[in-house]
Design a protein around this ligand. Sequence first.
Ligand code: ADP
Length: 588
Amino acid sequence: MSWFRRNKPESGPAMNVAGSAQAPTVPAPAPAAAANGASSAFLATMMDYPLTLQHVYNRARRLFPNREIVTATADGYERSTYGETFARVERLAGAIQALGVQRGDRVGTLAWNSTRHYELYFAIPCMGAVLHTLNLRLPASQLGFIIQDAADSVIFVDADLVPLLRGVKDSLGSVRHIVVMNGPVPDDVEGLPPVHDYEALLAAAPATFAWPELDEREPAAMCYTSGTTGNPKGVVYSHRSSFLHAFSVTQVDTVGLCERDTSFPLVPMFHVNAWGLPHAAAMVGSKLVFPGKFMDPTHTAQTIADEKVTLAAGVPTLWIGLLQVLDRRSDFDLSSLERIVCGGSAVPASLVRGLDAKGLTIIQAWGMTEMSPIGTVSRLKSSLQSLPFDDQVTYRAKQGIPVTGVDLRIVSLDTGEEAPWDGETFGEIQVRGPWITGSYYHGDNEEMGASKFADGWFRTGDVATIDADGYITIVDRTKDVIKSGGEWISSVQEEGLIMGNPMVLEAAVIGMPHPKWSERPVAVIVPKPEYKDTITKEDIIRHLEPQVAKFWLPDEVIFVDALAKTSVGKFDKKVMREQLKDQVHFEE
Ligand code: ADP
């Protein structure tokens, strides 16, 4: 069955999540019957206008031609506008078609965040192909697996990343062409499919392109889960889901992206479509700034100051790093930065406070690849805004309330019943909504996670509580939660508390097997450089003792220079657990 057909509903009512039909497709009664007050439901006759990225593209090109798009480079900044960029998108679509790409074909990108990558974000889906962003930090085995699994037809690659493709050349069977995006075609391309120069292809392509009429349910993009907890799994986003998710990013009570913003996605464009920011930016016409490969905290501060960024987005470690730079240097003017959107891992309360003290506001969001990714955002409801500062921080360190469009429930790990909204009972988060996947690419067989879908809900694998106001607090991933003597310990909460110690830069808490208690927590800590030689286990225990139950206190505290991180900058507990196996042996 072809890609295109598989993603179209076979028949019957439209499905938005596995097994759950949308509004019942009751046949519309004759107008006369409706007018007579007949009780059966009838369907409204609003236009069935497709929600596609073509609309976003056309609108931005028409309405915001002069709004800037900027990419940081080694020599400064490369400047363009929506007008110029989207004119190139039209040429690019022709160039891609000339390479033989057809509707539904997957087109890979292996690239830093840049204006050219942005061009592909529109050219590929708007011509009916599927934008498949490849994670440049994956080990070769996973990168190769993903390219093969998606059967990418063409791969666009940044010049400095060509060696990564060389490293997986045995997995490029489906790849007919490689296009180098920003520099001359390197010499050493032997064994690779034909390699082309991006600008040469563009120059040779016609200025206009006959855009196809797309069904909103056609695939627009795909990402693979970063495989923190197993093999990467493909998730395919439709035009409709991408459109609605981007729309959500523009809601005032979520990210609130708007035309007046200068947005700065530090979150890689290969990490769940940079959390929807690139498409949302065009939707509203915000200025866009891309970091290129310059993502270290000093460059980040410099770019925010230079370009007067108002909204930046990225995982917590980036902001922990920025805070360190700001502690050392006071010469960056970051006064333009109104908000930092942060997710991917829990935002420790100490980070909220630390940034606040520098006049910076961090807004936490939670989600995942399967959710496009945004599911919740932590903004203070009006009733919470008069709380004392400390209590406000407590709420801001929660993951927030479900955004419009996402239904969310917590299901008890013990009883399998829906948990009350009491802020205490915890269970697995389950979600459903128009930008949550109904299945993985390549089907729902057991290996691919059939058990992740239950009664029309997606089982996230995240454990959380939900309070009476609807704010969720992530306790853990089901795989990381620590069970000690029959009681649960939240590694995420414990990490957050440890990171509140002023001597600590980063901390991870891992459950290690224990013959008596089943598991006991072990803290792995990176001290701030100035405390490297003086910090002790007792400092950590003394700091935690007043804040947690005794059984939460870590049995072992190990100080290290750096924590293992995943390809998207999260603590890699799978790796840490392996490392600790040789180091930690509990006895009864
Ligand atoms: P992977 O699942 O492969 O790590 P994702 O980027 O999709 O890739 O990660 C999603 C996971 O990240 C979520 O399931 C959750 O465990 C974690 N996560 C995302 N946002 C937050 C957050 N704000 N707080 C705590 N955990 C988060």
